[in-house]
Design a protein around this ligand. Structure first.
Ligand code: CP
Length: 312
């Protein structure tokens, strides 16, 4: 009996429907993209004739710039929609905005929005391939892909690796996407933070455990990721004091003594230095934080190629 192949997703909203095989192909293809980025002329014609729109309704440095560069490196035309300078301020709806952009023959959207589920709406309103560049607390799949790629670059594989993610899990779409992706690639994920920043519902996912004890989380870890305290999304009550938080949960040299001797340190950025991560660690030999930034471009090229050309 032939098992039918699941349809290839034309969107990357989260990792639902993405098989391990397809995810591995996408990461393998990022190796090829990194080779392109090492050439004197960092450009290939793969997306020539296509128009990609970056539609950011929330601020970003890394994700927006790396996607725009990624699309341009592959010869796409890029149009950048900035919510603050648009007719949204006159009351235009998300739906009307997307329909206007689609009328200009945009071929694909890269969407960041403060509301969970907004990228799904853009996919529905446009009927085009959509990449979720972060929606509310829900998902940030390309960040998780570049995190996975960075760990794989270090160890050759995610299989059997322990990844500790420490910090503000409650508000983190990065934690949710990594908890969805890394177990699909064979890693164990431990999510750690104070009880007030650890929402129910994450424990019990395959390959994911949850603890409030940072030493337990980091013990034997191959990679330790610090998460930003998203104070702009907190209206009090989550933490007694920032000093107490840093005293217990900061990723610093003392905490890293519990990890594997060669453990690497990640942070999706932007960082609150000397709050969730010490500057000594952020700038030290274990840090792969700038490597994550660098890999973001190649991984996003691979995602665009996979969705728009389709042979990754
Ligand atoms: N990690 C991340 O999403 O960073 P930006 O908000 O700068 O895009």
């Amino acid at each position: 009996m032939t098992v039918p192949t699941p349809p290839r997703p034309r969107t990357l909203l989260d990792f639902q429907g993405w098989t391990q095989e397809r995810l591995t192909a996408l990461l393998d293809n990022a190796d090829t993209m990194n080779q392109v980025l090492d050439r004197p002329v960092k450009k290939v014609p793969a997306l020539q004739g296509l128009t990609v729109c970056t539609a950011f309704f929330e601020n970003s440095t890394r994700t927006r710039i790396s996607f725009e560069l990624a699309a341009r490196r592959m010869s796409a035309d890029v149009v950048s929609f900035a919510a603050g300078a648009s007719s949204l301020s006159k009351g235009e709806s998300l739906r009307d905005t997307v329909e206007v952009l689609t009328a200009y023959k945009v071929d694909a959207y890269i969407v960041r929005h403060p509301a969970s589920g907004a990228a799904h709406l853009v996919a529905r309103y446009s009927g085009k391939p959509v990449i979720n560049a972060g929606d509310g607390r829900r998902a940030h799949p390309t960040q998780a892909l570049l995190d996975a790629y960075t760990i794989r670059q270090e160890y050759g594989s995610l299989e059997g690796k322990k990844v500790a993610i420490i910090g503000d899990i409650r508000h983190s779409r990065v934690a949710r996407s990594n908890a969805e992706l890394l177990p699909k690639l064979g890693a164990q994920v431990v999510l750690c933070g104070p009880a007030t920043l650890l929402p129910a519902g994450l424990a019990g996912q395959p390959g994911v455990t949850v603890t409030s004890d940072p030493r337990e989380a980091v013990r034997g870890a191959h990679a330790v990721m610090a998460l930003r305290l998203q104070q702009e999304r907190m209206n009090g009550g989550y933490l007694a004091s920032l000093q107490e938080y840093a005293g217990r949960y900061q990723v610093n040299e003392a905490l890293l003594r519990e990890a594997e001797s060669g453990a690497i340190v990640l942070h999706p950025g932007p960082m609150n230095r000397d709050l969730e991560i010490s500057s000594e660690v952020a700038d030290g030999p274990r840090s792969r934080i700038l490597k994550q930034v660098e890999n973001g471009q190649a991984v996003r090229m691979s995602v665009l190629y996979h969705l728009l050309v389709g042979r990754a």
